[in-house]
Design a protein around this ligand. Structure first.
Ligand SMILES: C[S@@+](CC[C@H](N)C(=O)[O-])C[C@H]1O[C@@H](n2cnc3c(N)ncnc32)[C@H](O)[C@@H]1O
Length: 293
């Protein structure tokens, strides 16, 4: 778990993801959610975890230091509480949810048959996701793949299911080479999937990018230019102008590149996400800025 858990970039990511998935589910209840970088399924939020991961600092002023886990006023809690089924008590948030867990809860809430595919490169993460999903009875297809390497699998899913969402959520962090490698691999995946995404237009592909500085922004722009020229694609950028980060490595903006966005996504994101995020971020005296290219 990185220091971004529960912070701005994470909240916006999950918020956006749920809006897109919800739109797709309402159009086709058998939509597939392919979480290529599944990560943590859910993690118990202890005071020690919170401190060691430097997480939830968007809600710094509201964290109950004495109890450690009482996140009821945190921005993250506001997000989770949009989905009223889950493993938290009324006045406490005890678990941090990952993207597959969010998708699972959303499909339960909507009472639909979303096929969930959880993938990670790390067998340990896959094992722990399997164990954690069992008490809840979540039916998930688990895979252990290098997501940058299995474009054939994505195409098979596209051929077999009428509607789906492929979600790419790499770290874009760590050592410089690893970061550059992630950018390069995402750009290549756009090229590899171009024809299939143009053929299976009910399949959407989202790539999440962090924005820390202008250089990163330019890199994302080249991916976006390629996607826009060759496919039906939009990019959504949300920056938190007041957050500013606490160090160079803090992420204060995110970009979501969406190939084959559901019709009406821009309006929904503008009307719902921006309004809602502005409302919940008021608690943090923050003013997010939102841009659609
Ligand atoms: C940013 S985290 C994902 C967080 C998760 N999607 C969420 O929203 O909670 C990235 C995850 O991808 C895994 N990962 C890293 N490189 C990968 C690769 N090449 N293929 C598949 N998984 C990878 C990591 O182990 C890590 O858990």
């Amino acid at each position: 778990m990185t220091g971004n858990a529960g912070k701005f970039a994470d909240v916006v990511k999950h918020f956006f993801l749920l809006e897109v998935l919800d739109m797709k589910i309402s159009m086709d209840p058998n939509t597939v959610f392919y979480d290529a970088f599944g990560g943590n399924y859910w993690t118990e939020i202890t005071k020690a975890w919170q401190e060691s991961s430097n997480s939830f600092s968007t809600a710094r002023d509201f964290i109950d230091k004495a109890n450690g886990t009482n996140m009821v006023n945190s921005v993250y809690y506001q997000l989770v509480s949009k989905i009223p089924i889950g493993h938290y008590r009324k006045d406490r948030l005890d678990y941090y949810w990952g993207s597959t867990k969010f998708a699972y809860e959303l499909s339960k809430l909507r009472n639909v048959n979303t096929k969930l595919i959880y993938n990670s490169l790390e067998p340990d993460e896959v094992n722990s996701a399997q164990v954690l999903a069992i008490p809840d009875g979540a039916k998930i297809d688990y895979r252990v793949n290098d997501s940058f390497d299995v474009e054939d699998e994505y195409v098979i899913e596209m051929q077999n299911s009428n509607s789906g969402l492929l979600f790419f959520d790499p770290f874009f962090g760590g050592k410089r080479n690893q970061k550059e490698e992630n950018y390069r691999a995402c750009a290549e995946m756009l090229i590899k999937l171009k024809d299939s995404l143009n053929q299976y237009t009910n399949w959407s592909f989202i790539i999440w990018y962090p924005i820390r500085n202008k250089k990163e922004n330019l890199k994302i722009q080249t991916h976006h230019d390629y996607a826009r020229r060759n496919m039906n694609a939009d990019i959504y950028i949300l920056c938190d102008t007041k957050y500013g980060g606490h160090s160079e490595r803090d992420i204060n903006g995110v970009a979501m590149l969406v190939v084959n966005p559901p019709i009406g996504l821009t309006k929904r994101i503008t009307d719902v996400e921006y309004e809602e995020l502005s409302r919940i971020y008021k608690m943090n005296k923050s003013k997010p800025e939102f841009v659609v290219f």
